[in-house]
Design a protein around this ligand. Structure first.
Ligand SMILES: Nc1nc2c(ncn2[C@@H]2O[C@H](COP(=O)(O)OP(=O)(O)OP(=O)(O)O)[C@@H](O)[C@H]2O)c(=O)[nH]1
Ligand SMILES: Nc1ccn([C@@H]2O[C@H](COP(=O)(O)OP(=O)(O)O)[C@@H](O)[C@H]2O)c(=O)n1
Ligand SMILES: [Mg+2]
Length: 207
C-alpha cells in the first residue's frame, strides 16, 4: 500500500493484486444486451461479471447518502462522476482477485477518459466486446424491459437521454480501442443464442 492510503484500496495506483488479471470490457448501448450476454459468459467460462450499473444500483438500494446522490443522476440518465464508479469497480475486483479467472467489465468505460483512468489505476483490457444493436432495437427492448424491471431509468424520456449520451460519449470509446486491435464487434440484433455464438467465438480467440 502506498503512502497516504488509509483504506485497503488505493485508487491512485495500480493494485498488485490485479496486475495479472484478464480484463474484458463489454461496451454497447443501453438495452443492447450486455447484461444478458455476460450472464451466459459466466455460465460457460466462469469469469467474474461486474456490471457498473448494478454496482451503482446496489449503492442506491443501500439507502446511503451517496446512494441518494447517485439515484438523482441515474434517474436522468446522466453519468455519475468518474472517480465514484472507478473506485467501486476496483474495490469489487480486488475482492475477487484471488479466485477470479478474469473480469467482465459491463457498462464501463462510458467515455474515453474513463478508459484511460481505468488503465492507469487497474490495468489494460485484452478484449473489448462491442455489443452493437440499432437504436430502435434498443429502445424497443428497454420499453419492454421497463414493464417489469422496476428500473426508474427504463422510462421513455430517460431511455432517450441514455441513447443520446451513448452515441455522444461512449461510441468514441470503441474507435479508441479499435486502434489497438482488441475490438470484436458483435451483431446484437438476433436472438440471445445467435448473439452468444459470436461472443463465444470472440472469447475463445483469446485462449
Ligand atoms: N431479441 C433479443 N433480446 C435481447 C437480447 N439480449 C437482451 N435482450 C432483451 O433486451 C433487454 C435488455 O437486455 P440487458 O441484457 O438488460 O441489456 P443491457 O445492455 O445490460 O442494458 P443496460 O443495463 O440498460 O445497459 C432485456 O429485456 C432482454 O430480455 C438478444 O440478444 N436478443
Ligand atoms: N459507468 C457507468 C455506469 C452506469 N452509470 C449510470 O447508471 C445508469 C445505468 O447504467 P446501466 O449500465 O445499468 O444501463 P444503461 O444506461 O447502459 O442502460 C446509467 O444511465 C448512468 O446514469 C454511470 O454513470 N457510469
Ligand atoms: Mg445491464
Amino acid at each position: 500500500m502506498g503512502a497516504g492510503c488509509s483504506s485497503g484500496v488505493c485508487p491512485s495506483r495500480k493494485s498488485d493484486k490485479l496486475k495479472n488479471s484478464k480484463i474484458i470490457f463489454v461496451v454497447g448501448g443501453p438495452g443492447s444486451g450486455k447484461g444478458t450476454q455476460c450472464e451466459k459468459i459466466v455460465e460457460r467460462y466462469g469469469f467474474t461479471h461486474l456490471s457498473s450499473g448494478d454496482l451503482l444500483r446496489a449503492e442506491v438500494s443501500s439507502g446511503s447518502e451517496r446512494g441518494k446522490q447517485l439515484a438523482a443522476i441515474m434517474e436522468k440518465g446522466e453519468l455519475v462522476p468518474l472517480d465514484t464508479i472507478l473506485n467501486m469497480i476496483k474495490e469489487a475486483m480486488i475482492a475477487k482477485a484471488s479466485t477470479s479467472k478474469g473480469f467482465l467489465i459491463d457498462g464501463y468505460p462510458r467515455e474515453v477518459r474513463q478508459g484511460e483512468e481505468f488503465e492507469k489505476k487497474i490495468g489494460a483490457p485484452c478484449l473489448l466486446l462491442y455489443i452493437d444493436a440499432k437504436a430502435e432495437t434498443m429502445l424497443m427492448r428497454l420499453i419492454k424491459r421497463g414493464e417489469t424491471s422496476g428500473r426508474s431509468d427504463d422510462t421513455a424520456q430517460t431511455i432517450k437521454n441514455r441513447l443520446e449520451l451513448y452515441y455522444k460519449a461512449t461510441e468514441p470509446v470503441i474507435a479508441y480501442y479499435q486502434g489497438r486491435g482488441i475490438v470484436r464487434k458483435i451483431n446484437a440484433e438476433g436472438s440471445v443464442d445467435e448473439v452468444f455464438s459470436q461472443v463465444a467465438n470472440a472469447i475463445e480467440s483469446l485462449q
